[in-house]
Design a protein around this ligand. Sequence first.
Ligand SMILES: Cc1cc2nc3c(=O)[nH]c(=O)nc-3n(C[C@H](O)[C@H](O)[C@H](O)COP(=O)(O)O)c2cc1C
Length: 479
Amino acid sequence: MTYEDLPDFIDDRKRKEDLVQIDEEVDTYLDMTWILSEEERAGRGRSILFRHPKGYDIPVIGNIFSTESKMNDILGDTPFNIGENLRNLIRPPKESESMIGRGLEMIRELGGLRPKVHDRLPGDHIVAEKVDLERIPVCTTWPDDAAPFVTLPVVITKDPVTGIKNAGMYRMQMYDSETMGMHWQIHKDGSRHFQENSEKGKIMDVSVCIGTDPLTIFSAVAPLPEPLDEFSFWGLISKKRMDLVKGQSVDLQYPMNSEIVLEGYVDTSETRMEGPFGDHTGYYSLAEEFPVFHVKKIVQKRKPVYPTTIVGKLWHEDVVIGKAIERLFLPLIKLQIPEIIDMNTMEEAVFHNMIVVSIKKRYPGHAKKVMFSIWGTGQLMFSKIVLVVDPDIDVHDRKQVIWAMSTRIDPSRDVVIIPGTHTDSLDHASSLFNYGSKMGIDATRKWKSEGYDREWPETLQMKKDVDERVQDLRKNLNL
Ligand SMILES: Cc1cc2nc3c(=O)[nH]c(=O)nc-3n(C[C@H](O)[C@H](O)[C@H](O)COP(=O)(O)O)c2cc1C
């Protein structure tokens, strides 16, 4: 199912007894998100609705993506099945299938691709009399954060050359009641639009939707190839056409179900220090110069709900989002890098810092080819360490991975370091912001054609008949 909007998601949580409603006043400074965090750390991950944030009259919902089953509800299926369906879209007809049948199937699948654009705001929306961001219950999540940050905004921009829309999730620091930081990192689409506008010396329109249906929030995080915009992706998954409405003061369209929309602009000649902010990495991301967003108009529902999240340590919901992205995009990644059997973007390594892939090696040097493909594919480019293993290793089993890594490599031969590369903007370990190095580890068995002149030993395996006999024996001996 696709939720109509955020309140529809909240109602469903209520029905599924997965919602805690808190009537007491709770502070948006640290307390609120720490309650969410502790709920996740305790392993329950129920969604929590704070009905009375202290000092505000807009309720706050958190832990929207905090469990795998919730994620499946939001997507309407498992991420893996959705990924398989997407890959299936470009499947040619089988011999047994008629072209027309296959064509009709594709039309059905692609039916949601084009959003419906409406001229007028729906009846339950109003334009706020005054721009005042201080009325929104934006949370502070970690003690040394520079300010409160909007952590789940859907930031909408448009490519000034092609006109293709983009919706990206980039956190936003509150500067004052009308201005915010715009933390689109340099590799992301929002930043590319900024650069293109900047070359033309332009001020760019931006709209920020706070509180859409959760699938839209997920779509804004999804690493999509540029021509596919997030609203069409939403339509591909939900098989419905998204309802967009034209902005009041910006030349942009945004989801009609948004709780709060900030319409405004970014002046491409202006930057300001943004951060620090307690980040996905478990550290504060350092303060850096980023663009500034000026709010011109606030459009909102009469009774909006504000969504929040806390990122920071392993048990937080960004891990659930990251894993869903890995599983959903794996079938599509395999289209580009077909030798990949499985992959694990490791949450302990904050996803981008280490990826393990298993491949069936076909030719000498194949593992390195896969490393280079990963560094050249979409947001997989951020992978700092790429570890390639043989198909007998389950990439999700840390013990097997470390066994392969320590028994199948000769470091001077199998570890490659590529200096002078791009890095993830959140990588504080590189000496320069956005610039560092990569490491590839080839932990596949080595071949003579790769210069290995000894005999590679077989891995230990019991004979099948002995195993079967012993299993029977164990049963008889009550072992
Ligand atoms: C909770 C959360 C917060 C995020 N914050 C940022 C951010 O501040 N800046 C950023 O560039 N990416 C951030 N990301 C990652 C982007 O949303 C992600 O890379 C997305 O694909 C970017 O969209 P784009 O490719 O359209 O630019 C965040 C992701 C999550 C789940």
